[in-house]
Each structure stands twice: as structure tokens, then as C-alpha cells.
Ligand binder design. Structure first.
Ligand SMILES: [Cu+2]
Length: 267
């Protein structure tokens, strides 16, 4: 693949724009410099019976060229600052997104005042060796896969329980560090449903390569159904454990003792 992954979020789009601008400018410069080099070599080359001509450079030509390169560098720098600061601005959710549709808010009797800013969906992403844990506003959580609604501004609050991890889903934005005891955040607004694969990019211990993630973007109704299902599943698992604990420890103990000898077997 020549270019970066297709951008499906405004900030990823900004980064891709920069990528292409840089690539084209750098490519054009490389071509121009090499063409000039060959042209000059041909023009001033030594001929049979004649000494090579000495090329005298006039000062203004040096200033002109130097000025041009400096101007170009300054232009790229300013463009980089503008585009990256634009990429960090969290956009508002769209009409298809969570809380975006007035029809849906009316349906659920939420009646948001028109003037009120719609808050983005906030997700707590916690890196730990070696898996990502996502916590949703209602305290429901998931591991590895983050499920979010389409066309919705999602702010990802990054944290870590152990070492520095890096969150990166190329289709949805840039790379961001999750540092223990520090807050960092990024955001995205997926414009299309689908699964966006994340990548491991920062060494965080032996199994860091397996510390992948995925963002599954679904419709708002699917998201709500999933969230409910996930919450029910967690609730079920928790009450199961509580029942086991309440039923007494006799259940767990014999199992443990029977398991122990097998662990000591082997060379
Ligand atoms: Cu990691």
C-alpha cells in the first residue's frame, strides 16, 4: 500500500492530507534537485580537448535559492501546525450519531435544549500488559474491542495501569500515549460503520505485539443494544461469582487440592 490507511474520521483525514502534501513536496524537490544536477553536469561537463568550465555563482542566485528553500520550509511548518491543531479539535456529533438525531431525543423524552452543546461520548481506555480495557459512561466495560456508534464524537481518555502503552487505530487518527498516572486524550468521529483494526506501535513488554485493539463502529440502535447486552452479561457474571462466594468456600477448596499435584508433574 502506497499511502496511509483510508481515513474514516476528520482528524485522520487531516493527518492523511499532511501525509500527501509532504510526500508530494518532498518528491517534487527530489526530482527537481536531481534534474538540475544532471542538467548542470551535462552543460558544464569536460569535453574532449577542452578543460571543464568553472562555474561562477553570483551571490543573488545563492540568496534566491536559499530564500526559496527557507520559504518552503516555513510554509510546511505553518501548515503542519495549523493542520495538527485542527486535528485535535473535537468536532460535534453528526445527525446519525448518538444524541445527534432530534427524533431520537424526542422519542426518549430527553428534550435537549437546542442551544446546549451535545457532549461527546467519553470512553476511558486503560492500557495494561497486554490488553486494552474500555469503560463506557455507564461503567460497562469491554476488553480488546471498543464498540461505538457511527457519526458520534468519541473522546478517548487514555490511561495505563503499568507501563507506557500507545493507542493507535490508523483509520481513525494518530498515535497517542497512555502513560501511568497521567491523563492524555484523543478523539475520533467515525463516518462509516465497520471494524477498524488497531496496531501495536510502542514496546510495552514481552507480549506487546499481541496487544492489539479494534474499534467496531455500529449504528446508534446497535450500540445501545450492545451496551445493554454487555451490561447484562457483566451483571450475570458478577452475580454468579457472588452466589459462588455466598455458597461457601467448600466448593472451591477440594478443586484446588486436586489440581495441585498435576502442576508439580513433569520434568
Ligand atoms: Cu502496550
Amino acid at each position: 500500500m502506497l499511502g496511509p490507511e483510508t481515513a474514516n474520521s476528520p482528524n485522520a483525514d487531516d493527518l492523511n492530507t499532511l501525509y500527501w502534501v509532504m510526500l508530494i513536496v518532498a518528491g517534487a524537490l527530489a526530482v527537481a534537485i536531481n534534474v538540475a544536477l544532471v542538467a548542470l553536469a551535462v552543460r558544464f561537463r569536460a569535453r574532449r580537448g577542452a578543460a571543464p568550465r568553472r562555474l561562477g555563482i553570483r551571490r543573488p542566485a545563492q540568496f534566491l535559492m536559499g530564500g526559496m528553500f527557507a520559504g518552503l520550509a516555513a510554509l510546511i511548518f505553518v501548515l503542519g501546525v495549523l493542520v495538527t491543531s485542527d486535528a485535535s479539535e473535537v468536532e460535534a456529533s453528526g445527525a446519525e450519531g448518538l444524541q445527534g438525531s432530534t427524533e431520537r431525543t424526542a422519542q426518549r423524552g430527553l428534550g435537549l435544549p437546542a442551544s446546549e452543546e451535545v457532549e461527546p461520548l467519553e470512553i476511558e481506555a486503560s492500557g495494561q500488559q497486554w490488553v486494552w480495557r474500555y469503560e463506557y459512561p455507564d461503567s460497562t466495560f469491554s476488553y480488546y474491542e471498543l464498540v461505538v456508534p457511527v457519526d458520534t464524537a468519541v473522546v478517548v481518555k487514555l490511561g495505563s495501569t503499568d507501563v507506557v502503552h500507545r493507542w493507535w487505530v490508523p483509520g481513525l487518527g494518530g498515535k497517542f500515549d497512555a502513560v501511568p498516572e497521567q491523563e492524555n486524550q484523543t478523539w475520533f468521529k467515525a463516518d462509516e460503520e465497520g471494524v477498524y483494526e488497531g496496531a501495536s506501535y510502542q514496546f510495552s513488554g514481552a507480549s506487546y505485539a499481541a496487544m492489539r485493539t479494534a474499534v467496531r463502529v455500529v449504528s446508534v440502535t446497535e450500540y445501545e443494544a450492545w451496551l445493554q447486552q454487555q451490561a447484562d452479561g457483566i451483571q450475570e457474571a458478577q452475580s454468579f461469582v457472588q452466589e459462588q462466594v455466598a455458597a461457601g468456600t467448600e466448593l472451591a477448596e477440594p478443586e484446588q487440592t486436586s489440581e495441585q499435584p498435576s502442576a508439580e508433574e513433569g520434568p
